[in-house]
Design a protein around this ligand. Structure first.
Ligand SMILES: Cc1cc2nc3c(=O)[nH]c(=O)nc-3n(C[C@H](O)[C@H](O)[C@H](O)COP(=O)(O)OP(=O)(O)OC[C@H]3O[C@@H](n4cnc5c(N)ncnc54)[C@H](O)[C@@H]3O)c2cc1C
Length: 425
């Protein structure tokens, strides 16, 4: 729980349900939900954030903070403070193919104060944002709060019920936001259905040790392309973050062959990491990302809005999921902060959030789909050690298009800003 004073509660003894009230109830303490709660609390809205886990320290789900997010944090005076947390920086991948090495893009060419992907443990990032949010009196955080019911009145959602260690609780709210991720319970309860596409790959994530005296990778990221597999390495403070990309549906086959087969394939693709890969001994060291991509045709209904993965699951190409969830949060705070303070949010205002965020989501998903179909799929289908695809060579050579992918990855098709800062409010 945060240090903020509790909102008024009233016990309904017959049902043994504790009832609380708030302006906005945010379900899900991932990057999108936490950022929205912080921005609304900062704007003077009473906001309650519900997270089903007991803490933020859980399975790996990506640690990438892009320039877009850092610029927003800078606007609210938090970027410098975030840099005090142990981190590394990635400016672009060095890709090793059978016939040579290529760096398809470099974020250092972008015009921004933060021309890099800031790598920080997601748990530390979420703790950082919630501790900042707790400085505002309207913020309340409930961990171990598993939302399982929407409260509806007169055709509008008016809050949620959730299971807490001390029993069922109810939060009544002007607006409920489902920021509860790719398997969103709020989305299911609201009857909002996503349209899914299935990218051609899955990814295993794991850690590899750093060995004494080894050189750093200058751009912070390495990709090795081999026979139907891609091996990724990201520089972290005291370990390497490894990724192993393989064709969708082959996970069981891979498991049947044993960890040894993964070690062997890493060694084939990038022999200099053979020794590191010896640390992989058990499947428990891996996190499987079953790659999915989806988008809800409708993100809202009266009294309810979906943001982040709940509204659209992004493929991992470009590592944009966290940052898109955060951009949704910023736009939602821009559009809904005022109405929430006045105690009423209209359907038109909820639709406006979707209108502003849907097209950037469509654009980036189209970009990801192109990369998956034209570049990644051809590598994964190949039985040969891969050569540099012509599309990548072209990309690296033509100045006009060279900066498009890094700009898309860094910001999406349009930079998202906190609007109050622009007007000097
Ligand atoms: C293995 C893996 C690796 C990834 N790597 C990257 C990466 O490198 N870069 C990147 O940008 N993206 C990455 N992603 C995607 C990224 O994690 C998501 O896009 C991003 O976290 C979406 O943020 P969100 O806030 O919408 O949802 P989430 O981060 O999924 O947060 C949802 C939160 O809601 C909580 N919740 C769920 N149900 C309930 C409930 N009923 N009641 C209360 N709380 C609930 C969950 O516990 C969770 O904390 C990765 C994903 C996976 C699975």
């Amino acid at each position: 729980m945060s240090d903020a004073p509790p909102v008024p509660t009233e016990a309904r003894e017959s049902e043994r349900v504790l009832v609380a009230e708030t302006g906005c109830c945010v379900v899900g303490g991932g990057p999108g939900g936490v950022m929205l709660a912080l921005l609304l609390a900062r704007a003077g809205v009473r906001v309650t954030l519900l997270e089903m886990h007991k803490d933020f320290d859980r399975e790996f789900r990506g640690d990438t903070i892009h320039p877009s997010t850092m610029e927003i944090l800078d606007q609210i005076g938090l970027a410098e403070k975030l840099h005090e947390i142990p981190h590394t920086k990635v400016s672009g991948p060095t890709l090793q193919f059978a016939n040579g090495v290529i760096t398809p893009f470099d974020l250092r060419r972008l015009k921004t104060k933060f021309p890099y992907i800031f790598m920080v443990a997601q748990s530390r990032f979420l703790e950082f944002l919630t501790s900042e949010a707790a400085k505002y009196p309207g913020f309340r955080l409930a961990m171990h709060a598993n939302v399982n019911q929407l409260m509806e009145e007169d055709g509008a959602v008016r809050g949620v019920r959730y299971a807490a260690p001390d029993g069922t609780q109810e939060i009544r709210a002007v607006l409920t936001v489902g920021a509860d991720g790719r398997f969103s319970q709020v989305r299911r309860l609201a009857g909002l259905e996503p349209v899914k596409t299935s990218p051609p790959m899955d990814v295993l994530w794991f850690r590899l040790p750093k060995l004494p005296g080894e050189p750093q990778i200058s751009s912070g990221a390495f990709g090795g392309i081999g026979r139907g597999r891609i091996f990724i390495l990201l520089e972290r403070n005291d370990y390497w973050q490894g990724g192993f990309v393989f064709p969708k549906g082959l996970y069981q086959e891979l498991r049947a062959k044993g960890v040894e087969a993964v070690r062997q394939q890493i060694s084939e693709i990038a022999p200099r990491f053979t020794k590191h890969a010896e640390a992989l001994k058990d499947w428990q060291q891996f996190t499987l990302l079953s790659v999915e991509s989806s988008r809800c045709p409708v993100w809202h209904k009266p009294g309810l809005l979906l943001i982040g993965d709940a509204a659209h699951v992004m493929s991992p190409v470009g590592g944009v999921g966290i940052n898109y969830a955060i951009q949704d949060a910023v736009v939602a705070a821009n559009v809904l902060g005022g109405p929430l303070k006045s105690g009423e949010v209209t359907d038109a205002e909820l639709a406006e959030v979707q209108r502003r965020r849907e097209w950037p989501t469509r654009v980036i998903q189209a970009f990801q789909s192109f990369m998956q179909r034209r570049v990644i799929a051809s590598v994964l289908m190949s039985k040969q050690a891969g050569n540099i695809p012509w599309q990548l060579k072209l990309l690296a050579k033509i100045p006009v298009i060279r900066d498009l992918p890094p700009r898309m990855i860094a910001f999406g098709p349009k930079r998202v800003r906190m609007e109050e800062e622009k007007s000097g409010a």
